[in-house]
Write a protein that binds this ligand. Structure first.
Ligand code: F3S
Length: 504
């Protein structure tokens, strides 16, 4: 089965960066077609032939041998038996390549080589006519683009970093002109193949673009990774903030509790020098270094105390949790008794309750809601733990509502949890097999598993790749993959990669 990924698009859209990353993620070879054109350009320069002399170009091509060799997955270009890879970045070679690549004999000569490579192994290939001309039967075709303004900004930044003084409007004009030329040239013009997916990278990070392409690739193989599988926004943000502290060289760095409920991630952070504290009590009193507050958040007393002790505080509390803190503080100040629906022992709720400036309680069951007795004229504000079950929240609110207090209900359940569960249910309905990836100790992963198992009998709980060994994957099976909020993307990718190899 041809598993080629063809990435085409205009200059400056980030094709080669993305193609390299995607090939690394999949363990595929990256075929740099630009280097091939540069190799032939070098041959023309060495022979002293102008690209305008088409007869001379044709003649030299007959006696020119171009090969590709991979060493440690790095592409080397061999010209007439000589490794010329190190010569291809020279400006004169690039200039000649941009002129000679428009010539039909040059394109024809390289077409054979590119097609042979795509037939001999799984590759990610980028260029301007890969999906339309070179590998029209590629498994996945991507047309990667970005607005002229964004591409110009990227180029401007590159040039400034090189110490040059570019003029932005001039770069924009050059890009427009080049697009026009590439799209209207007579041989292999740049255009989106009919069956190519359009990916606009204007507002996406490199990681987001790669993630989108990888998902499309697996989708083409009958493996669907749920959009909302793995880290939620808040967890991703907290991990990123911790990584930034590490990169900034802040030392020592401590986290108040594990940064997320995933041992692999916590261990890898610890290997980078992060110290995971069980609780605030185990914090030294010297005030040296940085303390990271994880996405669950803490009470205002905790962060104030840390700052008072001299620590630099990185507050990675999820903005959705911060919103509950704000509600609890405001409504308790306004005289309402706070009723937090959620597990009172959960770190998020311990932190949330500490924001109340008046009485507050936490309940988690219908029994507790029924047993609750407050004065008839009580004014209450009901909020929820971000990951609380939506249906159960409704049930408890109804029970409390029957008591006819002056009640303000603010549903603070996080949308991310909801979306993940709804999407997992829909995916489980549409596939033959469902894999739920995450730790057994993660309650949201367990919940996902229960939802999927209820809809797809062939659902498996995957904690590590070892759990996949006993499962048989048929090439025509449709496989769905979802994962709990603390499952890192690389683990989801490893599972998908295993399924791909097992299926084909
Ligand atoms: Fe924040 Fe929702 Fe995740 S509250 S930490 S985005 S589950």
């Amino acid at each position: 089965m041809n598993q080629t990924i063809a990435i085409d698009g205009p200059a400056g859209a980030g094709k080669s960066t993305i193609a390299k990353r995607v090939s690394n993620m999949l363990g595929y070879h990256y075929v740099d077609t630009g280097a091939m054109y540069r190799t032939l350009a070098l041959a023309l320069l060495r022979a002293g032939i102008s690209e305008k002399d088409e007869e001379a170009v044709k003649k030299i091509l007959v006696s020119t041998e171009v090969r590709v060799r991979y060493e440690d997955s790095v592409q080397h270009m061999i010209l007439n038996g000589e490794d010329v890879t190190h010569l291809l970045r020279k400006e004169e070679v690039g200039d000649m390549a941009s002129r000679s690549s428009a010539l039909a004999p040059v394109r024809e000569k390289l077409l054979d080589l590119q097609q042979q490579l795509a037939e001999s192994m799984p590759v990610v290939m980028d260029g301007r006519d890969i999906g339309t001309v070179v590998v029209p039967d590629a498994l996945l075709k991507i047309y990667l683009t970005a607005s002229v303004a964004v591409r110009a900004q990227r180029r401007y930044k590159e040039l400034v970093e090189k110490g040059e003084t570019p003029v932005l409007p001039n770069i924009e004009a050059d890009i427009r002109e080049r697009d026009e030329r590439d799209m209207n040239r007579p041989i292999a013009p740049l255009r989106q193949a009919e069956d190519a997916y359009l990916v606009d990278s204007s507002d996406l990070t490199i990681e987001e673009v790669c993630d989108r392409i990888i998902r499309l690739f697996y989708g083409a193989l009958g493996i669907t990774i749920a959009e909302n599988a793995g880290f939620c926004f808040g967890v991703r943000r907290a991990v990123r903030m911790l990584e930034e502290s590490i990169e900034n060289g802040e030392k020592p760095i401590r986290t108040l509790g594990p940064i997320i409920h995933n041992e692999t991630v916590v261990r890898s952070m610890e290997e980078k020098g992060v110290i995971t504290l069980k609780d605030g009590a185990s914090l030294p009193t010297d005030g040296k270094g940085t303390v990271v507050i994880r996405s669950h958040g803490v009470g205002p007393d905790v962060s104030e105390k840390l700052r008072g002790m001299g620590y630099q505080v990185v507050d990675a509390t999820c903005p959705f949790v911060q919103k509950i803190h704000e509600i609890v503080r405001r409504e308790s100040k306004a005289g309402r008794l706070i009723i937090l629906i959620g597990d009172p022992a959960h770190p998020e709720n311990i932190g949330t309750l500490a924001w109340a400036e008046g009485p507050c309680i936490s309940i988690a069951s219908a029994e507790e809601a029924k047993a609750m007795k407050l004065p008839k004229d009580a004014r209450i504000c009901v909020v929820a733990q971000t990951t609380f079950d939506r249906e159960k929240f409704k049930e408890l609110v109804e029970i409390i509502g029957e008591k006819e207090y002056d009640m303000l209900v603010l549903n603070t359940i996080c949308h991310a949890t909801d979306m993940r569960q709804t999407e997992a249910a829909a995916l489980a309905d549409s596939v033959d097999m469902m894999l739920v990836v995450g730790s057994r100790s993660s309650s949201n992963t367990q919940k996902l598993y229960d939802i999927c198992k209820g809809r797809c009998a062939c659902t498996s709980y995957i904690q590590s790749l070892d759990d996949l060994v006993t499962i048989t994957f048929r090439s025509d099976s449709r496989v769905g993959i979802t994962a709990g909020a603390s499952t890192p993307n690389n683990i989801i990718q490893e599972v998908a990669g295993y399924v791909r190899r097992a299926k084909f």
